[in-house]
Design a protein around this ligand. Structure first.
Ligand SMILES: [Zn+2]
Length: 269
């Protein structure tokens, strides 16, 4: 919107009246979309994923996604799901050619929904995205021996109350009958938020040596999948993969729900 012509009703209707109207609408149409916040009268909740979600988490949840948001959640074309994990490959990479499976683009509905998960603390939305990702992984025929989420630092976990990567990874694991090991990968030092760093090389330095594999796990010879919510430069996933290879993993694949990569540059796992 631009110029004076773009003025919305929001600037004209007094706040009290707006709240009263909103309250009245809520009484008649009680469902509020967990992504866009609009009020919807459909009871189908989240279409084909509804049955799957209920089978994983039961029917008692507050999640409701409107038809518009649901239809906006579309999987990328086949040639835009597989990428090299590092958007800018580096020299002497201990795991060159590390593949990243990332079936959604970080725009539109995903762009609105991911902050709802992270900052709005919407754990159910993370689980729904995990269920969606789980069906993509199944359709893609990806096989593995173990799924590990990218861990949060203790301080961030305390602040948010849950690790969104773990909540996304869990339904992926259950749908694909792959064991989930959420205490396998551990953070051995705190890092800044990657989203606060714009330069690619600085992002790589920020996470360097941040991960290790717990003594509790022997992953030697295993095919391991690492799961995160989003991948930008791929530096975090790459660093986690390095730790897994160092601990003896036979093969590592990175999976993220969404990101903004344009070019397919890795072959399927
Ligand atoms: Zn919506």
């Amino acid at each position: 919107m631009s110029g004076n012509g773009g003025k919305t009703l929001r600037t004209v209707i007094p706040k009290e009246l707006r709240d009263a109207l909103k309250g009245a609408v809520d009484l008649i149409l009680p469902f509020r979309c967990s992504i866009c916040g609009s009020v919807s009268d459909t009871e189908g909740r989240f279409g084909n994923y509804d049955r799957l979600y209920r089978s994983l988490y039961g029917s008692k949840n507050e999640l409701h996604i409107c038809g518009k948001c649901l239809s906006g959640l579309t999987i990328n074309d086949e040639d835009k799901r597989w990428f090299l994990c590092l958007s800018e490959p580096v020299e002497n990479d201990p795991c060159p050619g590390l593949a990243l499976y990332m079936p959604f683009t970080y725009k539109g509905i995903v762009d609105i929904a991911v902050p709802r998960i992270k900052f709005g603390k919407n754990i159910e939305l993370a689980r729904l995205f995990g269920a969606v990702l789980g069906t993509c992984v199944s359709d893609e025929g990806i096989r593995a021996d173990l799924i590990v989420p990218v861990p949060l630092s203790d301080s961030r976990l305390k602040e948010r109350g849950f690790n969104q990567a773990k909540e996304i990874a869990e339904p992926v694991a259950r749908i694909n009958n792959i064991p989930l090991a959420d205490d396998c990968l551990i953070r051995i030092r705190d890092t800044k938020r990657q989203s606060e760093i714009s330069e690619e090389s600085k992002r790589a330095n920020n996470v360097k040596g941040a991960f290790s594999v717990s003594d509790k796990w022997d992953i030697s010879g295993l095919r391991v999948v690492i799961v995160d919510d989003v991948a930008t430069t791929g530096a975090t996933l790459h660093e986690a993969a390095k730790a897994l290879y160092k601990a003896g993993a036979a093969k590592v694949l990175c999976i993220a729900f969404a990101g903004n990569r344009a070019v397919k540059n890795a072959e399927p796992y």
